[in-house]
Design a protein around this ligand. Structure first.
Ligand code: FES
Length: 159
């Protein structure tokens, strides 16, 4: 079947319009997806990473050793006999930096005078009133190798 010149133009116009419309639709779709990714909260993989914290012999009885996680937050590791515990230095009250006070054998937050026992439980200031404690950081001791690891949040990545 042979098409007339007028019918060919109509088909060409229709095909051109369909391609242009499809292209526009794809462009606006891609723009909408990018806009949604920008507006919606970032989905973050909550992966953790095991970091070498030191030799077991580096951690001395009754002492606290400061380490840093991958975000640069300080972590305090305390050894009591054979037991090692790691604590975040972020105060659970309003996020100030908690420090270890060797003479008092306590953690202290200078912002609102929050005081924490050696096991991280708040015993003074607003954190005690709220029944808060310092967050523990997972810690692993490989006694055979004499090595200590801490488990920290990995660097944020988009999923
Ligand atoms: S922020 Fe630490 S006591 Fe308020």
């Amino acid at each position: 079947m042979k098409l007339s010149k007028g019918e060919m133009m109509t088909r060409r116009k229709w095909l051109a319009s369909a391609l242009m419309g499809g292209g526009l639709l794809l462009s606006y779709g891609a723009l909408a997806v990018q806009g949604l990714l920008y507006v919606l909260p970032e989905q973050v993989k909550s992966k953790t990473r095991k970091l070498f914290a030191g030799q077991l012999s580096d951690f001395h009885e009754g002492k606290v050793k400061a380490l840093f996680d991958l975000q640069g937050n300080q972590i305090l590791v305390k050894r009591q006999a054979d037991d090692l515990k790691a604590y975040s230095t972020v105060c659970p009250h309003l996020g100030c930096r908690v420090q270890w006070v060797e003479s008092d054998k306590q953690f202290f937050c200078p912002c609102h005078r929050g005081v924490f026992r050696e096991d991280g439980v708040a015993i003074g200031g607003p954190p005690a009133d709220a029944g808060q404690r310092l967050a523990e950081v997972p810690l692993e001791v490989d006694r055979a190798a004499g090595v200590v690891y801490i488990e920290v949040k990995d660097i944020k990545r988009r999923s």
